[in-house]
Design a protein around this ligand. Structure first.
Ligand code: ADP
Length: 479
């Protein structure tokens, strides 16, 4: 079965978070299920510079204000269609944000163009290539099912939208409607209208044949007023078409025995190699080379969603209990400044690298003792999966995919020998502090800690089961 995947980022070419990881991993994961995925990406320099083959398969004399081409080729191990539209995508750096920190003002046009071309490819733009399913990711690709609906052509393709994070909805003013190529009658509550604006994600949720989100618990949370962020009514209405399928981890990228980004490699049988990673992380982050201190780490966007604003509050009790904290992340300026401030105040016990650093992320996972993930909501979360695989014990908020992937070290789970980490709720400094003390108490009982690590490393966080679920869903919606 042929599937067209439409997305705004894909690892290893361009990634700002879990969306990129998942889009990059799905083609490999589904190959074993008899599903062949081609991914349509915007032609950012990070993509076009690496594109091999790069044959022009279609040209548009005018696509939303400029000439454009669809190129077919390979890059980063992916079979790609690339939307080469220099007036929209020939921009360096973050795919969504202009230098200076604001979103590109023409983002609605840029990603409507991506979706417009995705819908056309899905409906047979290329005579020799007809997919059975188009799989679109997040608001940036979410107009695909809307275009399919309003094109009103005989339907050749089934559509699936995956919501990686309901907080990013792509809402834009009504005045853009004509320039997006949507008809006036699309602007109703049964169409693309969303609280007086055009809702890209809303339109995708309305018109896709099936909706998935990235964990079973998040699939339940987004049906509620609290977790639905204004879209819960529509999501409840789509009822049985909403599925929660956990993300997997790309085991080729995250393999502690073969990971070339690590300072020391290791396996579940022998964790000795972790010491070199710990030393590398402590050196890089200005932490004392303390072998006995429980080393807590955070690898995250530094935002309210991720609970990063609460980190300063838990530093004093963590340090008082003998711990160290290593923070790798970037995001809100205010949170970045407070983390930098803490690293200066508690020099040698708190380390911070503000920025994005793939190699350091791997070394932290390979060398820290515990990974702290205090998200206020978390559709799936990937860092706790890498942590499990790398023998770092995840200490997570009990929400969304975090709740689904970590088994809390309750007295019962410890006695049964099945725990893989620590969960806490709600997300508050007091509750986090208690969770940290609970974690350190287990850390100071080496056989119990070793058991947590071993259970985590034995957990199946691969794409095997999720891939089977996606393949079954694709077959059920295939036209
Ligand atoms: P989200 O997509 O909401 O940011 P996820 O946990 O789903 O969160 O995915 C985050 C991904 O980005 C993980 O692969 C994580 O390792 C990576 N990551 C996040 N921040 C950084 C950083 N500062 N440096 C390197 N990798 C990071």
């Amino acid at each position: 079965m042929q599937v067209l995947s439409v997305a705004s980022e894909a690892f290893p070419l361009i990634k700002t978070g879990g969306l990129g990881d998942v889009v990059g991993a799905l083609p490999g994961a589904l190959a074993g299920e008899g599903v062949t995925i081609r991914t349509l990406l915007p032609g950012y320099p990070a993509v076009t510079d690496k594109l091999q083959g790069g044959e022009t398969v279609h040209s548009f004399p005018d696509l939303f204000g400029g000439t454009a081409r669809v190129l077919a080729g390979q890059a980063g191990g992916l079979d790609l269609f690339v939307l080469d539209a220099p007036h929209l995508f020939a921009r360096q750096g973050n795919p969504y944000v202009a230098p200076g920190g604001n979103d590109w003002p023409d983002n609605p046009l840029r990603f409507a163009a991506l979706a417009r071309v995705g819908a056309s490819l899905a409906q047979g733009l290329l005579p020799a290539w007809q997919p059975s399913v188009v799989h679109v990711h997040d608001w940036q690709a979410a107009l695909v099912p809307a275009y399919l609906n309003y094109d009103a052509l005989p339907v050749r393709v089934g559509s699936v939208i995956t919501v990686h994070n309901l907080a990013f909805q792509g809402q834009f003013p009504l005045s853009l409607l004509p320039s997006l190529g949507l008809p006036p009658w699309s602007f109703t509550i049964e169409g693309v209208e969303y609280y007086g604006a055009i809702g890209f994600l809303k339109a995708g949720l309305r018109f896709a044949d099936a909706i998935t989100t990235v964990s079973p618990t998040y699939a339940i949370e987004i049906r509620t007023a609290e977790g639905g962020m204004g879209l819960d009514g529509l999501i409840r209405q789509r009822g049985g078409m909403v599925h929660g399928i956990l993300n997997g981890l790309d085991e080729a990228v995250w393999d502690p025995m073969r990971d070339t980004l690590l300072a020391g490699r290791f396996s579940a049988k022998s964790l000795a190699g972790r010491a070199a990673n710990r030393a590398a992380v402590q050196a890089r982050m200005g932490l004392a080379p303390d072998l006995a201190a429980p080393l807590f780490a955070v690898i995250s966007r530094l935002t309210w969603q991720k609970g990063a604003d609460l980190l300063p509050a838990i530093i004093p009790p963590l340090l008082a209990n003998g711990g160290q904290l290593a923070v790798l992340g970037a995001g809100d300026g205010g949170i970045e400044a407070s983390i930098r401030g803490a690293a200066a105040t508690y020099s040698g016990r708190v380390g911070a690298v503000i920025g994005y650093d793939e190699a350091l992320a791997h070394q932290i996972q390979g060398g820290a003792d515990a990974l702290l993930v205090p998200s206020r909501f978390e559709p799936c979360g990937l860092t706790q999966l890498s942590a499990l695989r790398y023998g770092t014990v995840p200490v997570v908020a009990r929400t969304g995919g975090l709740a689904d992937t970590v088994i809390d070290a309750s007295p019962m789970a410890l006695a049964a020998g099945v725990a893989t980490g620590v969960q806490f709720a709600p997300v508050s400094p007091e509750v986090m502090e208690a969770a940290i003390h609970r974690t350190i108490a287990i850390f100071r009982d080496p056989p119990a800690w070793r058991r947590l690590q071993a259970n985590g490393m034995a957990t199946d966080v691969s794409w095997r089961d999720p891939a089977r679920r996606y393949a079954a869903l694709f077959r059920s919606v295939a036209a």
